[in-house]
Design a protein around this ligand. Structure first.
Ligand SMILES: Nc1ncnc2c1ncn2[C@@H]1O[C@H](COP(=O)(O)OP(=O)(O)OP(=O)(O)O)[C@@H](O)[C@H]1O
Ligand SMILES: [Mg+2]
Length: 352
């Protein structure tokens, strides 16, 4: 098990940097989720930790020791990719044993270890099969057993569940989390799925264009997004972001004047999560443009004088219809105000 440090890491391909000045420390045994839009540098970061890519500059430390020049096979890192990359002509047992091939002879001890790993991920009965004779979920378990057989210092999971169906993903989430806890292995999980990140990880690190935009608990990112980027990226349905102008103790959004909890001047962005808006007797006038039942909630898109607002209401069935005239009230203490010039969140809110 290891404490991991990425110190001021940059990775450039020619002129173009995939990762820029990245600083990240991961505690021994911690599970960190790396979240971010496509192309933001998540996989590149994992590849550098695995030793497959060399950083252009900066240091990678495992337990305080610099490993930049250490060969991938000597880093003792286990990796699971989205495509399980099992060897089709090998049995499950041979696949799991594969990382031990540099150890020379694979004997009884190694075979026993492979069986233990297979049992751990509940595929003990499938050791003699070939990958083509397994379901996607079973193949994923083989990939996990293979990643764990060397008792890695660091486990890297790059979208490991995205090829699985929804039910299996839920099961595997819980199982991987449990396994990670039991083994106490320091783990980085790359995922596109915010729910996966927030349910599995001790900490969520959100990247944008090669740098870390915010790192924190699920609540930090959801309730206290540091920037407009995080506000727009985290949460589904997306936060409503309305351009407004602050002057003194109020913001003006369209014709609407609203008091705020402090003093601010300049262009701002008002952030209102759909669940913190509700239909009321008094409020912003609008017309329901569309309705989307989302299981236990209904998402309404409402055309208002301020633009299109998303309103999320609890309950499985819509109680309003498209075209209806409504008024929308804001839970003001849940509102966020961002400074448009820098895209950063201010500590101010709409005043009650
Ligand atoms: N081998 C490479 N050569 C040149 N550019 C690369 C290479 N690998 C990645 N890149 C570039 O680096 C950037 C980051 O890529 P990376 O694969 O790390 O993104 P990602 O966050 O994993 O995205 P995704 O969510 O789509 O997997 C991209 O712009 C990509 O085109
Ligand atoms: Mg990737």
């Amino acid at each position: 098990m290891s404490k991991i440090d990425l110190n001021n890491i940059t990775k450039a391909w020619g002129e173009k940097a995939a990762v820029t000045g990245l600083n990240l420390s991961i505690a021994d045994g911690e599970l960190v989720a790396l979240l971010g839009p496509s192309g933001c540098g998540k996989s590149t970061t994992l590849m550098m930790l695995a030793g497959i890519y060399a950083p252009t500059s900066g240091d990678i430390l495992f337990d305080g020791h610099r490993v930049n020049e250490v060969e991938p096979r000597d880093r003792n890192v286990g990796i699971v990719f989205q495509s399980y990359a099992l060897y089709p002509n090998m049995t499950v047992r041979e696949n799991i044993l594969f990382p031990l091939r540099f150890k020379g002879k694979v004997g009884a001890a190694e075979n026993k270890r492979a069986e233990e790993m297979a049992d751990l991920v509940e595929i003990g009965a499938l050791l003699d099969r070939r990958p083509s004779q397994l379901s996607g979920g079973q193949q994923q378990r083989v990939a996990l057993a293979r990643a764990l057989i060397k008792r890695p210092n660091l486990l890297l999971l790059d979208e490991p569940l995205s090829n699985l169906d929804a039910t299996l993903r839920l099961t595997m989430r819980t199982e991987i989390k449990k396994l990670q806890r039991e083994l106490g292995v320091t783990t980085i999980l790359v995922t596109h799925d915010q729910l996966e990140a927030t349910t599995m990880a001790d900490r969520v690190v959100c990247m944008n264009a090669g740098t870390i935009e915010q790192s924190g608990s699920a609540d930090d990112l959801y309730l206290r997004p540091s920037s407009l980027f995080i506000a727009g990226f985290i949460g589904s349905p997306q936060m409503n972001l309305l351009p407004a102008t602050a002057s003194g103790n109020a913001v003006a959004c369209g014709a609407l004047q609203m008091p705020i909890t402090g003093t601010l001047n300049g262009d701002v962005m008002l952030g209102l999560r759909p669940e913190y808006l509700r239909f009321a007797e008094e409020g912003i006038g609008g017309n329901i443009a569309s309705i989307e039942p989302m299981g236990r909630e209904v998402l309404y898109a409402v055309q208002t004088e301020l633009g299109l607002l998303r309103v999320l209401e609890a309950g499985a069935l819509p109680r309003l219809s498209a075209g209806e005239t409504v008024k929308i009230a804001i839970e003001r203490d849940k509102s966020l105000i961002f400074d448009q010039a820098h895209g950063q969140r201010t500590e101010l809110k709409l005043a009650a």
